[in-house]
Design a protein around this ligand. Sequence first.
Ligand SMILES: N[C@@H](CCC(=O)N[C@@H](CS)C(=O)NCC(=O)O)C(=O)O
Length: 214
Amino acid sequence: MLTVWGRATSSNVQAVMWTIAELGLAHQRHDIGHVHGGNKTPDYLDMNPNGLVPVLRDGDGAPMWESAAIVRYLVATYGDEAFWPRDPAARVQLDMWAEWIKTSFGPAFAGQVFRPLVQLGSTPLPPEQLKVATEAVKPLALMLDRRLGDGPYLGGADLTFADMIVGNLLYRYYTLDFDRAVTPALDAYYARLSARPHYREHVMVSYESLRTRP
Ligand SMILES: N[C@@H](CCC(=O)N[C@@H](CS)C(=O)NCC(=O)O)C(=O)O
């Protein structure tokens, strides 16, 4: 039995929950973080010294944190060849996009656009600063659009671990009201993900409760 600590409104928890669901694994999840609290207690900090969500334990194994590391653990342990190619040369072609979303697209979109518009609503960014931030996301979205090409998924025909790590941000990317690049392949990819029941359940989760009102 897998145990996840983390609120359903966290995009990083969503990546883990979506993966668990696609793999069909038995699990329980505890609401931790944000309005639920519980992530700064000594017991929780023993599991994750960052005090962040998610944390995963597989049975009575050691706690794991960092959502992308958890996704990789899950697919390497429970996924088939399609989810987690065993050939390093094939896998790296996917993993580089998983790394890139965490270090390039994620910080540019989630950190500089989503967070100021949703979570820092009481201290909004000056419009010109927001414009700089939204313009910085455009070339990254265009890179992903070119990579996706005809899809259907990042690795081609099959859903892989990289889609879990990349795709979990797209619900927020497409539902937030801001100026996006024109990206037909990325739009089609998001439409494909949105048609997946597990994506709908675990990723397409309202973020209204995260909004800080002015
Ligand atoms: N790099 C970490 C980031 C974890 C993170 O920033 N989690 C946020 C939620 S997305 C958090 O715990 N925020 C504090 C809270 O919810 O109380 C990961 O991918 O797991």
